[in-house]
Design a protein around this ligand. Structure first.
Ligand code: ARG
Length: 246
């Protein structure tokens, strides 16, 4: 605009020399991950993470398109540019940091173990390798079992069953095809609601959630970090935590 050959203002564009940039970022979520991200009956998206990114987008002046993606394909989709960020309760891990960047942490969680109400299975039995375990493929719950029970040869590999989404794990636990399920505690609480399943114990993994962003996308990383820091100081943060029981 400063080189003297900017188009003359004719008035029909409705803008007076200002370039209005409308940026749309595509946000990858797991559509079956309450209380963070879920697709409701009308196809709309909701949840703690979804409402958080909508607030940040409004505040920072960009638009978002929420896109459900299979959990296991989330980081590949990000790397391939099909989505611009993963905002879906993703734990910051060293292995993931090799591939992508993460925002500042926004929540802390532990793993939990759930069993059927008909069984008295304890966390000690779980840790002793006496149970058939179900986990969502590609989660930190799976990694915990692999590192602590399989690599240590406490259980054979086959005692861990992997599923593409967590509702499938809960379905098999309900029908007693597996003895126990492992998952992020807040999501476990949401998933077992009104089912004959209870939490038998918690594993203190001290995980931190972050928003995953492509390594070369430094502008977006800064935008999200600024937006998150502002959200954390806003009363909206407390409101959202209350609303979703976090
Ligand atoms: N926090 C755990 C992880 O990062 C579980 C996440 C599951 N998230 C989801 N959207 N299904 O592996």
């Amino acid at each position: 605009g400063c080189t003297g050959n900017a188009p003359a203002e004719t008035g029909d564009s409705g803008q007076s020399g200002t370039v209005v940039e409308k940026t749309v970022y595509v946000v990858g979520i797991d559509g079956e991950y309450p209380p963070y991200s879920l697709i409701d009956k009308d196809g709309g998206s909701t949840g703690f993470d979804v409402e958080s990114i909508q607030w940040i987008a409004d505040d920072m002046g960009f638009e978002v398109e929420i896109k459900p993606i299979a959990w296991d394909g989330m980081i590949p989709a990000l790397q391939a540019g099909k989505i611009d960020m993963v905002y879906s309760g993703m734990t910051i891990t060293d292995e993931r940091l090799d591939k992508v960047n993460f925002s500042i942490p926004y929540l802390n969680i532990n793993q939990s173990v759930a069993v059927h109400d008909d069984n008295e299975f304890t966390l000690d039995q779980f840790k002793a390798g006496e149970l058939i375990i179900g986990a969502q493929r590609g989660t930190t719950g799976q990694i915990w079992v692999e590192e602590n029970l399989i690599e240590t040869e406490i259980i054979p590999k086959d005692n861990l069953k992997l599923y593409d989404n967590f509702p499938l794990v809960i379905e098999d636990l309900k029908n007693k095809r597996i003895d126990a399920a492992i998952y992020d505690r807040p999501s476990m609480v949401a998933a077992i609601e009104e089912k004959p399943i209870h939490i038998t114990g918690e594993i203190d993994t001290g995980e931190e959630y972050g928003v995953a962003i492509r390594k070369d996308d430094v502008v977006l990383l800064e935008t999200i970090n600024t937006g998150l820091a502002k959200l954390h100081k806003d009363q909206k943060w407390t409101e959202l935590k209350d609303k979703y029981g976090l």
